[in-house]
Design a protein around this ligand. Structure first.
Ligand SMILES: C[S@@+](CC[C@H](N)C(=O)[O-])C[C@H]1O[C@@H](n2cnc3c(N)ncnc32)[C@H](O)[C@@H]1O
Length: 293
Protein backbone atom coordinates (compact mmCIF):
# COMPACT_ATOMS: atom_id res chain seq x y z
CA UNK A 1 0.00 0.00 0.00
CA UNK A 2 1.15 3.56 -0.65
CA UNK A 3 2.32 5.40 2.46
CA UNK A 4 2.15 9.02 3.56
CA UNK A 5 5.63 10.49 4.04
CA UNK A 6 6.03 13.53 6.25
CA UNK A 7 9.30 15.46 6.21
CA UNK A 8 10.32 17.86 8.97
CA UNK A 9 13.35 20.03 9.67
CA UNK A 10 14.22 19.63 13.32
CA UNK A 11 16.71 21.44 15.54
CA UNK A 12 18.93 18.73 17.04
CA UNK A 13 17.87 19.66 20.57
CA UNK A 14 14.22 19.12 19.69
CA UNK A 15 14.74 15.73 18.09
CA UNK A 16 13.67 13.56 21.02
CA UNK A 17 10.41 15.47 21.45
CA UNK A 18 9.67 15.40 17.70
CA UNK A 19 10.61 11.73 17.45
CA UNK A 20 8.29 10.88 20.34
CA UNK A 21 5.41 12.94 18.98
CA UNK A 22 5.73 11.28 15.54
CA UNK A 23 5.67 7.81 17.08
CA UNK A 24 2.68 8.63 19.22
CA UNK A 25 0.90 10.05 16.19
CA UNK A 26 1.24 6.63 14.56
CA UNK A 27 4.46 6.86 12.50
CA UNK A 28 5.46 3.44 11.15
CA UNK A 29 9.12 4.38 10.81
CA UNK A 30 11.37 7.40 10.99
CA UNK A 31 14.73 8.07 9.32
CA UNK A 32 17.06 10.93 10.10
CA UNK A 33 19.46 12.83 7.91
CA UNK A 34 21.90 15.12 9.65
CA UNK A 35 22.92 18.45 8.14
CA UNK A 36 26.31 16.99 7.12
CA UNK A 37 24.44 14.50 4.91
CA UNK A 38 24.84 11.48 7.23
CA UNK A 39 21.80 9.22 7.12
CA UNK A 40 20.89 7.61 10.42
CA UNK A 41 18.33 5.03 11.31
CA UNK A 42 18.36 5.26 15.10
CA UNK A 43 16.86 7.95 17.33
CA UNK A 44 19.15 9.79 19.72
CA UNK A 45 21.09 11.43 16.89
CA UNK A 46 20.18 14.79 18.39
CA UNK A 47 22.74 14.12 21.07
CA UNK A 48 25.53 14.51 18.51
CA UNK A 49 27.12 17.90 19.27
CA UNK A 50 27.97 18.74 15.63
CA UNK A 51 24.49 18.33 14.16
CA UNK A 52 22.43 21.44 14.54
CA UNK A 53 19.69 20.47 12.15
CA UNK A 54 18.24 17.06 11.30
CA UNK A 55 15.81 16.18 8.53
CA UNK A 56 13.26 13.62 9.65
CA UNK A 57 11.28 11.52 7.18
CA UNK A 58 8.39 9.73 8.87
CA UNK A 59 6.06 7.21 7.24
CA UNK A 60 2.40 6.95 8.18
CA UNK A 61 -0.35 4.50 7.17
CA UNK A 62 -2.00 5.32 3.83
CA UNK A 63 -5.33 6.36 5.32
CA UNK A 64 -3.66 9.10 7.40
CA UNK A 65 -5.21 12.51 6.77
CA UNK A 66 -2.26 14.94 6.39
CA UNK A 67 -4.24 17.95 7.60
CA UNK A 68 -5.43 16.17 10.75
CA UNK A 69 -1.90 14.89 11.35
CA UNK A 70 -0.49 18.41 10.99
CA UNK A 71 -3.03 19.75 13.49
CA UNK A 72 -2.21 16.97 15.97
CA UNK A 73 1.55 17.48 15.69
CA UNK A 74 1.26 21.28 15.82
CA UNK A 75 -0.72 20.91 19.06
CA UNK A 76 2.00 18.68 20.53
CA UNK A 77 5.07 20.47 19.22
CA UNK A 78 4.14 24.13 18.65
CA UNK A 79 7.09 26.00 17.12
CA UNK A 80 9.20 22.84 17.07
CA UNK A 81 7.14 21.66 14.08
CA UNK A 82 9.14 23.15 11.17
CA UNK A 83 9.64 22.50 7.45
CA UNK A 84 6.44 20.44 7.10
CA UNK A 85 6.07 18.56 3.79
CA UNK A 86 3.67 15.68 3.16
CA UNK A 87 3.57 13.40 0.11
CA UNK A 88 2.19 9.98 -0.81
CA UNK A 89 4.84 7.38 -1.67
CA UNK A 90 4.53 4.41 -3.97
CA UNK A 91 3.78 0.91 -2.73
CA UNK A 92 6.42 -0.82 -0.56
CA UNK A 93 6.44 -3.00 2.55
CA UNK A 94 7.46 -0.06 4.72
CA UNK A 95 5.94 -1.53 7.82
CA UNK A 96 8.35 -4.50 7.68
CA UNK A 97 11.49 -2.36 7.59
CA UNK A 98 11.56 -1.86 11.35
CA UNK A 99 12.46 -5.56 11.73
CA UNK A 100 15.91 -4.91 10.26
CA UNK A 101 16.69 -2.55 13.11
CA UNK A 102 14.86 -4.26 15.96
CA UNK A 103 16.83 -6.20 18.60
CA UNK A 104 15.71 -8.00 21.81
CA UNK A 105 15.21 -5.47 24.58
CA UNK A 106 14.77 -5.90 28.34
CA UNK A 107 12.13 -4.06 30.40
CA UNK A 108 11.94 -4.25 34.17
CA UNK A 109 13.25 -7.38 35.86
CA UNK A 110 11.83 -10.05 33.58
CA UNK A 111 10.30 -8.84 30.32
CA UNK A 112 12.11 -9.15 27.00
CA UNK A 113 10.66 -8.00 23.68
CA UNK A 114 11.95 -10.25 20.91
CA UNK A 115 11.28 -9.83 17.14
CA UNK A 116 9.13 -12.60 15.71
CA UNK A 117 11.29 -15.38 14.32
CA UNK A 118 14.34 -14.58 16.45
CA UNK A 119 15.37 -17.02 19.18
CA UNK A 120 18.06 -15.22 21.15
CA UNK A 121 19.58 -16.62 24.35
CA UNK A 122 17.96 -14.84 27.28
CA UNK A 123 18.84 -14.89 30.99
CA UNK A 124 17.20 -17.45 33.33
CA UNK A 125 13.75 -16.27 34.43
CA UNK A 126 13.31 -14.05 31.38
CA UNK A 127 9.74 -13.68 30.09
CA UNK A 128 10.02 -13.20 26.31
CA UNK A 129 7.29 -11.48 24.29
CA UNK A 130 7.51 -12.20 20.55
CA UNK A 131 6.30 -9.19 18.69
CA UNK A 132 5.38 -8.13 15.21
CA UNK A 133 3.62 -4.82 15.55
CA UNK A 134 2.04 -4.98 12.10
CA UNK A 135 0.89 -1.50 11.30
CA UNK A 136 -0.02 -0.63 14.88
CA UNK A 137 2.09 1.31 17.35
CA UNK A 138 3.84 -0.63 20.08
CA UNK A 139 7.27 -1.99 19.23
CA UNK A 140 8.36 -1.54 22.82
CA UNK A 141 11.05 0.88 21.75
CA UNK A 142 9.14 4.00 22.67
CA UNK A 143 9.66 5.43 26.14
CA UNK A 144 5.92 5.53 26.81
CA UNK A 145 5.62 1.79 26.13
CA UNK A 146 8.77 1.04 28.12
CA UNK A 147 7.33 2.88 31.13
CA UNK A 148 4.17 0.73 30.94
CA UNK A 149 6.12 -2.53 30.56
CA UNK A 150 8.25 -1.66 33.57
CA UNK A 151 5.14 -0.74 35.57
CA UNK A 152 3.46 -4.06 34.71
CA UNK A 153 6.62 -5.95 35.63
CA UNK A 154 6.60 -4.36 39.08
CA UNK A 155 2.87 -4.76 39.87
CA UNK A 156 1.26 -7.74 41.68
CA UNK A 157 -0.91 -8.65 38.67
CA UNK A 158 -0.65 -12.45 38.93
CA UNK A 159 -4.11 -14.02 38.71
CA UNK A 160 -5.80 -10.64 38.11
CA UNK A 161 -7.84 -9.24 35.24
CA UNK A 162 -6.45 -6.32 33.24
CA UNK A 163 -7.59 -3.85 30.61
CA UNK A 164 -5.19 -2.43 28.01
CA UNK A 165 -6.95 0.70 26.70
CA UNK A 166 -5.37 1.86 23.41
CA UNK A 167 -3.67 -1.49 22.95
CA UNK A 168 -2.00 -0.87 19.56
CA UNK A 169 0.02 -4.03 18.89
CA UNK A 170 -1.33 -5.52 22.13
CA UNK A 171 2.17 -5.51 23.60
CA UNK A 172 1.00 -4.48 27.07
CA UNK A 173 -1.90 -6.94 27.26
CA UNK A 174 0.31 -9.78 26.05
CA UNK A 175 3.02 -8.80 28.52
CA UNK A 176 0.49 -8.67 31.38
CA UNK A 177 -0.71 -12.22 30.71
CA UNK A 178 2.81 -13.53 30.16
CA UNK A 179 3.65 -12.03 33.58
CA UNK A 180 0.83 -14.04 35.15
CA UNK A 181 -2.35 -12.00 34.82
CA UNK A 182 -5.41 -14.23 34.42
CA UNK A 183 -6.65 -12.15 31.50
CA UNK A 184 -6.04 -8.76 29.88
CA UNK A 185 -8.62 -7.34 27.50
CA UNK A 186 -7.11 -5.24 24.67
CA UNK A 187 -9.23 -2.44 23.20
CA UNK A 188 -8.46 0.16 20.54
CA UNK A 189 -10.36 2.50 18.23
CA UNK A 190 -8.15 1.53 15.25
CA UNK A 191 -9.33 -1.66 13.47
CA UNK A 192 -5.75 -2.46 12.38
CA UNK A 193 -4.68 -2.40 16.01
CA UNK A 194 -7.39 -4.89 16.96
CA UNK A 195 -6.10 -7.26 14.26
CA UNK A 196 -2.44 -6.76 15.24
CA UNK A 197 -3.28 -7.30 18.89
CA UNK A 198 -5.07 -10.60 18.12
CA UNK A 199 -2.16 -11.79 15.99
CA UNK A 200 0.42 -10.91 18.59
CA UNK A 201 -1.61 -12.65 21.32
CA UNK A 202 -1.79 -15.79 19.16
CA UNK A 203 1.92 -15.60 18.41
CA UNK A 204 2.62 -15.61 22.14
CA UNK A 205 0.17 -18.40 22.93
CA UNK A 206 -2.13 -16.19 25.01
CA UNK A 207 -4.99 -15.53 22.54
CA UNK A 208 -7.64 -16.93 24.91
CA UNK A 209 -6.53 -14.62 27.69
CA UNK A 210 -6.14 -11.49 25.54
CA UNK A 211 -9.56 -10.84 24.01
CA UNK A 212 -9.24 -7.92 21.57
CA UNK A 213 -12.08 -5.56 20.71
CA UNK A 214 -12.86 -2.33 18.98
CA UNK A 215 -13.34 0.04 21.88
CA UNK A 216 -17.05 0.62 21.17
CA UNK A 217 -17.75 -3.10 20.83
CA UNK A 218 -16.16 -4.37 24.01
CA UNK A 219 -18.31 -6.24 26.52
CA UNK A 220 -18.93 -4.74 29.96
CA UNK A 221 -15.81 -5.30 32.00
CA UNK A 222 -14.37 -3.93 35.23
CA UNK A 223 -10.67 -4.67 35.62
CA UNK A 224 -8.35 -5.16 38.58
CA UNK A 225 -5.74 -3.12 36.72
CA UNK A 226 -5.78 -0.88 33.67
CA UNK A 227 -3.00 0.49 31.53
CA UNK A 228 -3.52 3.21 28.91
CA UNK A 229 -0.72 4.60 26.77
CA UNK A 230 -2.43 7.33 24.74
CA UNK A 231 -1.77 11.05 24.28
CA UNK A 232 -2.37 13.26 27.32
CA UNK A 233 -5.25 15.11 25.67
CA UNK A 234 -7.04 11.80 24.99
CA UNK A 235 -6.43 10.59 28.55
CA UNK A 236 -8.05 13.80 29.79
CA UNK A 237 -11.07 13.25 27.52
CA UNK A 238 -11.37 9.61 28.61
CA UNK A 239 -10.75 10.18 32.34
CA UNK A 240 -14.21 9.09 33.56
CA UNK A 241 -14.25 6.04 31.31
CA UNK A 242 -10.76 4.97 32.36
CA UNK A 243 -11.52 5.39 36.08
CA UNK A 244 -14.73 3.39 35.72
CA UNK A 245 -12.86 0.69 33.81
CA UNK A 246 -11.07 -0.35 36.99
CA UNK A 247 -12.69 -1.51 40.23
CA UNK A 248 -12.38 0.37 43.52
CA UNK A 249 -9.06 -0.78 45.01
CA UNK A 250 -7.76 -1.58 41.52
CA UNK A 251 -4.69 -0.05 39.94
CA UNK A 252 -4.26 2.08 36.84
CA UNK A 253 -1.28 3.42 34.89
CA UNK A 254 -1.46 6.24 32.33
CA UNK A 255 1.32 6.90 29.83
CA UNK A 256 1.83 8.96 26.67
CA UNK A 257 2.20 12.08 28.83
CA UNK A 258 4.91 14.64 28.09
CA UNK A 259 6.70 16.17 31.09
CA UNK A 260 4.63 19.07 32.38
CA UNK A 261 1.30 17.54 31.30
CA UNK A 262 0.96 15.08 34.21
CA UNK A 263 -0.91 17.39 36.60
CA UNK A 264 -3.48 18.20 33.92
CA UNK A 265 -4.07 14.47 33.40
CA UNK A 266 -4.35 13.70 37.13
CA UNK A 267 -6.70 16.68 37.65
CA UNK A 268 -9.04 15.30 34.99
CA UNK A 269 -9.73 12.32 37.29
CA UNK A 270 -11.14 14.75 39.91
CA UNK A 271 -10.10 12.74 42.97
CA UNK A 272 -10.97 9.10 43.44
CA UNK A 273 -7.40 8.03 42.69
CA UNK A 274 -4.55 7.85 45.22
CA UNK A 275 -1.64 8.73 42.96
CA UNK A 276 1.85 7.21 43.21
CA UNK A 277 4.98 9.24 42.52
CA UNK A 278 5.23 9.78 38.73
CA UNK A 279 7.88 7.84 36.82
CA UNK A 280 9.88 9.47 34.02
CA UNK A 281 11.78 8.30 30.97
CA UNK A 282 13.27 10.96 28.71
CA UNK A 283 10.60 13.55 28.00
CA UNK A 284 7.82 11.20 29.09
CA UNK A 285 5.97 10.58 32.34
CA UNK A 286 3.82 7.68 33.58
CA UNK A 287 1.33 8.36 36.35
CA UNK A 288 -0.20 5.49 38.28
CA UNK A 289 -2.45 5.09 41.27
CA UNK A 290 -5.13 3.15 43.13
CA UNK A 291 -8.84 3.81 42.63
CA UNK A 292 -10.26 4.82 46.00
CA UNK A 293 -13.84 5.75 45.15
C1 LIG B 1 0.63 5.28 21.70
S1 LIG B 1 -0.28 3.93 21.08
C2 LIG B 1 0.01 2.73 22.38
C3 LIG B 1 0.09 1.31 21.91
C4 LIG B 1 0.52 0.29 22.95
N1 LIG B 1 -0.47 0.19 24.02
C5 LIG B 1 1.87 0.63 23.54
O1 LIG B 1 1.93 0.94 24.72
O2 LIG B 1 2.88 0.58 22.82
C6 LIG B 1 -1.90 4.51 21.38
C7 LIG B 1 -2.99 3.63 20.88
O3 LIG B 1 -4.21 4.15 21.37
C8 LIG B 1 -5.18 4.09 20.36
N2 LIG B 1 -6.18 5.14 20.66
C9 LIG B 1 -6.06 6.46 20.49
N3 LIG B 1 -7.19 7.09 20.89
C10 LIG B 1 -8.04 6.12 21.33
C11 LIG B 1 -9.35 6.13 21.88
N4 LIG B 1 -10.04 7.26 22.04
N5 LIG B 1 -9.92 4.96 22.22
C12 LIG B 1 -9.24 3.80 22.06
N6 LIG B 1 -7.98 3.72 21.54
C13 LIG B 1 -7.38 4.87 21.19
C14 LIG B 1 -4.43 4.27 19.07
O4 LIG B 1 -5.12 3.71 17.97
C15 LIG B 1 -3.11 3.56 19.36
O5 LIG B 1 -3.15 2.21 18.95
Amino acid sequence: MAQLQVTLEVAAGDLDAVDGALELAGALSQTYQADDGTVLLEPGVGEHPLWEQVRVDALFPPETDPDALHTLLAGQLGERLRGWQAETLEDRAWEREWLDHFRPMAFGERLWIVPTGAEPELPAGAVPIHLDPGLAFGTGTHETTALCLEWLDGEPIAGRNGLDYGAGSGILAVAAVRLGAACCMAVDNDPQAVVASRENAERNGVAEDVPSYAVDQRPAYCADFLVANILASTLVDLADELRDGVRVGGRLALSGILRGQEQQVMDAFQGGIAWDAPRCCGDWVLVSGTRTA
